[in-house]
Ligand binder design. Sequence first.
Ligand code: S3P
Length: 182
Amino acid sequence: MVTKKNTNFHFNIILCGFMGCGKTTVGRHLALQSGLQFIDTDYCIETEVGLSVSQIFATYGEAHFRKLEKNCIKKASAAPTPVIISSGGGSILNIENIVNLKKSGKIFLLYAPLDTIISRLGTSTTATRPLIPNKSSIYELFFSRREKYLQAADFIISTDKSVSAICSEILDLAKIQTEQKN
Ligand code: S3P
């Protein structure tokens, strides 16, 4: 059973991080725990276009996907707060996305070490995750992005605990931020 917490926040909770760090799972659980709306940028794009992320990559290319992602983030950031936003793994590499997300909320980086990511992504194929055709590309992407994720984050949440413990940590941090502002 999920116990609902008070979530009278004045900002959005934004989940970011590398593929396989648990953004969607944590976002769904946070939504249950808080009663807040959950916006998953990949899901929004897929619904809008009527194709999966991989199909969009294959049909229109990554650059087109990134444009759709930018629009989706702009819209999600403009929605009335507070909501929970899970932002696709590559979105934080674009400065305009970071600016929009930070205008509306706090960025919580879900962090997992590379070996955990590799084992979590073990069953993914390019059909579900177009950017990781093999293990060495996970390695390269992970290290080329790690610094950017860390720079964009307001909070870094280690994911070496249960989903419910991760959510409680995020909600507690958000509560402290709200109390500090009031
Ligand atoms: C991407 C991550 C994916 C999805 C797309 C690109 C990336 O989202 O947006 O495949 O560049 O890291 P998840 O992080 O939710 O898997």
